[in-house]
Each structure stands twice: as structure tokens, then as C-alpha cells.
Design a protein around this ligand. Sequence first.
Ligand code: 2P0
Length: 336
Amino acid sequence: MTSPPLQASAQAQPNIALVKYWGKRDDVLNLPAAGSLSITLDALHTRTSVRFDPALERDDIALNGRRDDAHGRRVGAFLDLFRARAGIAMRARVASDNDFPTGAGLASSAAGFAALAVAADRALDLRMPARQLSVLARRGSGSAARSIFGGFVEMHAGVRDDGEDAHAAPLLAAREWPLKVVIAITTRAPKSTGSRAGMELSRRSSPFYRDWIAAVAGDLATARAAVRARDFGKLAAVSEASCLSMHAVMLSTRPGLIYWNGATVECLHRVRALREHEGTGVFFTVDAGPQVKAVCLPEHAARVADALRGVAGVEEVLVSGLGEGAQVTGSAAVAA
Ligand code: 2P0
């Protein structure tokens, strides 16, 4: 038997949920209360390197070149899952860099934990199948389970107490329906309440929480059928409904979670006008932050990008296609 390389690097892309995830059935194993459905992007990247090193006394975790205690503990606990499987205690050095704003509703934790799961698996030569990597990525961040896969992806909530059936699975490859996503960045400031704390507050205090969770299965069935049939109108309707229902739960949380700013709202109106009055194949979705993601037919992407650039308060517009799942990129040593 050859010994594991102990070091590897991987790349992952954020994903954008069309049927949203907002609520857990178990905090410790990070089990979602309902499923979700997402698209993995190709234009935004997280690149992560990991090196397990017997000389290290503790994990050394850098995100965009910065070290933060709370983040370091969260990543260290995640690495423990891989160390347990490999039967080692070695600490690791991790460097992770995003080429997009971190913590601002662009799913940086999704790409980050997906990339680290794939890199750690390679470094320790665990050779886990993608489904198992998705189960483990979920422990880092619920949405990370989805970034293991590319294109259209469904997250299954699962029913088991141990969470082994709570994983994502691919629904349709990116090339089978190559939609575009136009992202309107309305601020680069980190969000005020993180998703994890926000979801827990919603579960405890929103009077709409139970109804929201109960409605997800129906939205998932509709969205799954729309994706399989490449029915853009049907996907638009269910995606906007899921997004607005989730934000209704956020707003009805006590104290209310207001992730939008004025420009966010203006973008939503602009997207609706493009679709309803200008014949554009586009719909919006918004996550736990103020950025607007406009999902559109590829031939309409330039028109949508121009329209959102013209909205007051929009700082920058990015255009992305749909991309592949998390992948090993090499075994280059981690930069110290
Ligand atoms: C989603 N979000 O489905 C939803 C929509 C935010 C709004 O998944 O606690 O950072 O780590 O499981 O994955 C963000 O949640 O939360 C998220 P944890 P995560 O994309």
C-alpha cells in the first residue's frame, strides 16, 4: 500500500439555490429540515489547498490570507471528520481563496467546504464516492453538499438520524440546459446575520416556519419536473415563489431578518419588468444577502446584464454560466 500524499488542492464553485434551504432538523449533524435544488456556477471559484503535517501542533486555517478563530475552529472540526476516517491525528495547514466577495450572500461557504472535502479526501487517499463527499461537505455547510456536483443539483433532506441519506445528487448536467446567471452586487459588506444563526432564529420565532418547511416538497417536485422538461416558465415561477417565501420567513423572524437593501428591491422589479413587458427569459432569486441573481436564457444574458447595470445602487454585475462540481486540481504544496 502506498502512503497518502498528505497534500492536495481542489477547486469548487458556489451554487445558487432555486428551491431554497432555510431550516435544520438537527444542528449537530447539520441536517436540513427539507430538500433544496440548485445550480452550480462556473465563473466564481474557491481554490483550497490542504497539507497534513506531523510537525504542526495545531491546524492553521487561512481564508483569503486571514486567520479567524471562529472560522478556524469550524474548519478544524470539519477536518476531524476526515482525520477520524483516515485514523490519523495530524494537524493541517489550509489555505482557501475566493475570487468573489466572501460572506455576502454569494455562497462562499458552499464552495469552501466542497473544495476542502475534495482536497482532504485526496490528501488522505480516502477515495470516497461523490455521494459520501456530499454527506461530509454537508457537515461543514448545508449548501456545500450541493457544490460537490455540477449543473442542476438536488439536495435530499433524508430521514435517517445519522444523516447518511442527507446528500445532494446531480439532476441535469450543465451542458444539457446551459442557462446563465447574472449577479447584481449591491454591496460588498459582509451580511449582518449569518445563515446558521438566522435559520435557528427563524425556526424558533417565525410564525410561518412550519408552513414554509411543509411547502418545500411540493416546490421541489415542481422544480425537478421543470428542470427535466427544460420548462423555463415553470422553473421561473417556482423559483421566485420559493425565494419570496423564504424571505417572508426571514422577515417574520423575531427580530426580523432584512437581508435586502433598496437596490435589491429595484433589481427585483427590473427583472419582473424584463420578463413581463419585454419578453426576456429571466427570473430572480436572492439568498441571505443583498445580491440579486437573475437566472436567464443564454441569449438574453447581455440584455439582463445591461438592465441590472442600469439600476441605481448596483456596484457590479457578473455573468456566469453553469459549471462542474468540486474537483481536485493537484497536489501542489500549500503556500506557508
Ligand atoms: C440556500 N442558503 O439554499 C439558502 C438560501 C442561504 C439562503 O444554504 O448552516 O451557509 O452552513 O448549513 O449552507 C446558506 O446556508 O448554512 C444557504 P449552514 P449554509 O442556498
